[in-house]
Design a protein around this ligand. Structure first.
Ligand SMILES: Nc1ncnc2c1ncn2[C@@H]1O[C@H](COP(=O)(O)OP(=O)(O)O)[C@@H](O)[C@H]1O
Ligand SMILES: [Mg+2]
Length: 314
């Protein structure tokens, strides 16, 4: 098999749940990890700069390496060795989809190495098998606003076009919460009234994110997961309450502890104008020790280049 001599991948951060859309909704954000993969030799050499440097394993157990291997296997390709360089900007263990970015990026790199046009639905399927839930991988693979589900064991997703001007502010604390730890706090059953309220809010959030942003505040109300996770991230829940109390649609990003505020910079709706004094100071300032990112929505999802050529033209 002829392999491309070098492949570059850019894969976005993602926020899942968005309040009521537990395990289903995802949003791709303009914060990226970049991978460079060069085939050759018989083993793997991994170099990491940025997030995770000095922390993640640099061998076959590295998440991107595992995803590249899984992608190659699904494409029926044999590539004994390669060099992987990761330039990571997505913080780890904060609820911004670093594990999904690693997995989707690795699988996309396998497509690039073999020169196979990217099959994004297949990437979602395969990435879900590794990640165990499809919400973040869907947004990383498809871009925009995604709704994911599982058909039996199979991860599936659709992409919807977000309202023009939709953006997000991520408040990222210095401490991390592992996804499996946050999942462990959820009860086995919830009151019927809470389930019903969430179903209605989730449906409303689809409308709010795609065409009715003035409804974002109501549409981001959640009763299924955020409050249960408060013991693992009390400061995050306190920030959500404070921001919501001042009229900003704030949610816990994924399994936390990052807090995400959805914003729309448009003429008609000023949910929260980016760059205004309200944002950088005052009510919406980041707490001490937290980082604050102003992010756009990534429209395309993961991108792959071999040499200087995009593997897939949109
Ligand atoms: N780019 C990456 N390269 C290697 N491993 C990664 C990468 N991103 C995430 N991981 C692994 O996933 C863990 C974080 O996953 P998770 O708890 O799901 O948090 P997140 O919300 O950031 O996805 C990291 O501690 C690391 O083991
Ligand atoms: Mg994760």
């Amino acid at each position: 098999m002829n392999l491309n001599p070098v492949v570059r991948v850019r894969v976005p951060a993602t926020s899942a749940n968005l309040g009521p859309g537990f395990d289903a909704f995802g949003l791709a954000l303009s914060l990226y990890d970049e991978l460079t993969v060069t085939p050759g030799g018989s083993g793997v050499t991994v170099e990491v700069v940025g997030s995770g440097a000095g922390e993640v394993a640099l061998d076959e157990s590295h998440l991107v390496v595992r995803a590249i291997r899984a992608g190659l296997e699904s494409l029926g390709a044999v590539v004994p060795g390669f060099r992987l360089r990761c330039e990571n900007r997505i913080p780890h263990g904060r609820g911004l989809g670093s594990s999904s970015a690693a997995i989707v990026g690795g699988i996309a790199a396998a497509y690039g190495l073999t020169g196979t046009p990217l099959d994004r639905d297949r990437v979602v399927e395969l990435a879900n098998e590794i990640e165990g839930h499809p919400d973040n991988v869907a947004a990383a693979a498809l871009g925009g606003f995604t709704i994911a589900w599982t058909d039996g064991e199979t991860g599936r997703a659709i992409r919807l076009e977000p309202e023009a001007g939709l953006a997000a502010i991520a408040y990222v604390p210095g401490t991390r919460v592992l996804t499996r730890e946050a999942r462990g706090l959820l009860p086995a059953a919830v009151p019927h009234g809470d389930a019903a309220a969430n179903a209605g809010r989730a449906a409303l959030l689809v409308a709010a994110l795609t065409s009715r942003p003035e409804l974002l505040m109501t549409a981001t109300e959640d009763r299924l997961h955020q409050a249960y996770r408060e013991p693992a991230m009390p400061e995050s829940l306190a920030l959500v309450h404070k921001l919501r109390g001042s009229g900003l649609p704030a949610v816990v990003s994924g399994a936390g502890p990052t807090v995400l505020v959805l914003t729309v910079a448009s003429e008609e709706v000023r949910v929260l104008p980016l760059g205004s004094s309200d944002v950088s100071g005052g009510l919406a300032a980041a707490p001490d020790g937290w980082e604050r990112y102003e992010l756009g929505i990534e429209p395309l999802g993961v991108q792959v280049w071999s040499g200087s050529q995009p593997v897939e033209r949109e």
